[in-house]
Design a protein around this ligand. Structure first.
Ligand code: G3I
Length: 343
């Protein structure tokens, strides 16, 4: 059989995939390194992954496995994520007695200190183990600094009502970027290097009008306040019913801002259990989506799919990815690379 065209050869920006250690060995690793330039740790760099039960900061063992795999295979690493309302230790938001933090100045400062210590801890660990950011041995190129901070409902300030928000208000977002900028972009091999770690805000449903309005409002606020942000993340967890034109519209909406954009978590559900017809329709969807990303490559930082194979997806029953459980290319793959296998 003809060798498969690597997906990464068909796009002028790095193509990434979300993984854990299961994709770092054997045939899955071979498939990954053939088609992708970049990895995102799907779960193991999230806030809760950095603490053991007694609250001691330490790297999850998978951090080393994923980073070493990236170094060995010349892959970039996209960090996910520093501040989130989910998968964060509950004690971040409680006092010594286990009671919820209040909005007293003392408690606010405690939470600011915890956020800073967390981000510093992550940066320090990665720089100690792999060298300064921007140096040859350190594959980190970006972080989702804040994840899913925009409200799904109408709110005057556009922000999700999370524990971060309840205690610190909108301030926690600015602080996360400022702490991350200092921790990553000031811990450099070459002090003259130009922001080797790109700092992103990331969210879902950015292709929906209301969410998109609120996202724009939040990002404009960050820019107005001089917050060090480099880019806008679009998760794009979409379905066959999501017009590809709405993905283009989502990119259009932020194109005038002095920021790059990233497709951070792409997958395409088929609306039920997949059959041949749906998989072919999905192939055409992926083809149109990647044609869009190719046309907009100079505006994009990277394009990441949220998993390597359907059996490993968070939406596994809807077969949303490019390769099947047997590591075989689906029509989605043939669509992306423009092959005649998908007519
Ligand atoms: O680690 C435990 C394991 O010890 C236990 O045996 C197992 C039993 O269920 O659960 C494991 O934790 C699961 C974890 O994935 C690792 O597999 C959690 O229950 C499960 O909730 C978690 O789901 C992840 C989800 O984020 C959590 O919010 C998904 O894998 C991950 O794909 C998903 O990713 C998110 C992005 O971070 C943000 N954007 C949306 C995206 C999809 O939800």
């Amino acid at each position: 059989a003809e060798p498969l065209t690597p997906i990464r050869d068909t796009l002028d920006v790095p193509v990434g995939v979300a993984i854990d250690q299961r994709e770092t060995s054997g045939a899955a690793a071979d498939l990954l390194t053939t088609h992708f330039d970049q990895i995102t740790p799907e779960n193991h760099m999230k806030p809760e992954a950095w603490y053991d039960a007694d609250r001691t900061f330490r790297a999850d063992p998978q951090v080393g496995i994923l980073m070493d795999f990236a170094v060995a295979n010349d892959l970039r690493v996209y960090g996910h994520t520093l501040a989130w309302h989910s998968q964060t230790p509950a004690w971040f938001f409680t006092d010594e007695a286990g009671a919820p933090l209040t909005t007293s100045e003392e408690h606010k400062q405690l939470l600011r200190d915890r956020l800073k210590a967390h981000i510093d801890g992550v940066a320090e660990h990665l720089a100690d183990a792999y060298g300064p950011f921007g140096s040859a041995g350190n594959p980190i190129v970006a972080w989702d600094v804040v994840n899913e901070v925009v409200s799904d409902d109408q709110q005057a300030d556009g922000l999700r009502r999370s524990e971060w928000y309840r205690i610190l208000g909108a301030e926690f977002i600015d602080l996360a970027f400022r702490y991350a900028d200092a921790a990553f972009n000031e811990r450099l091999a070459d002090p003259g290097a130009d922001r080797p770690v790109a700092l992103f805000i990331n969210d879902y449903n950015t292709e929906h009008a209301g969410k998109q309005d609120r996202y724009r409002q939040v990002i404009e606020g960050l820019l107005d306040r001089g917050v060090p942000i480099d880019g806008v993340g679009h998760q794009f967890h979409v379905s066959l019913a999501t017009p590809v034109a709405s993905l283009a519209a989502a990119l259009d909406r932020f194109a005038d801002l002095p920021l790059t954009q990233v497709v951070s978590e792409l997958d395409v559900t088929v609306g039920g259990t997949a059959d041949d017809a749906l998989l072919i329709e999905q192939g055409h969807y992926y083809r149109a989506a990647f044609d869009l990303f190719r046309a907009r490559a100079d505006e994009l930082f990277s394009v990441t799919v949220w998993g390597l194979t359907d059996d490993r997806s968070w939406l596994t029953e809807q077969s949303p990815l490019i390769f099947d459980a047997g590591l075989q290319p689906k029509p989605a793959y043939y669509g992306i690379v423009g092959s005649d296998e998908l007519a």
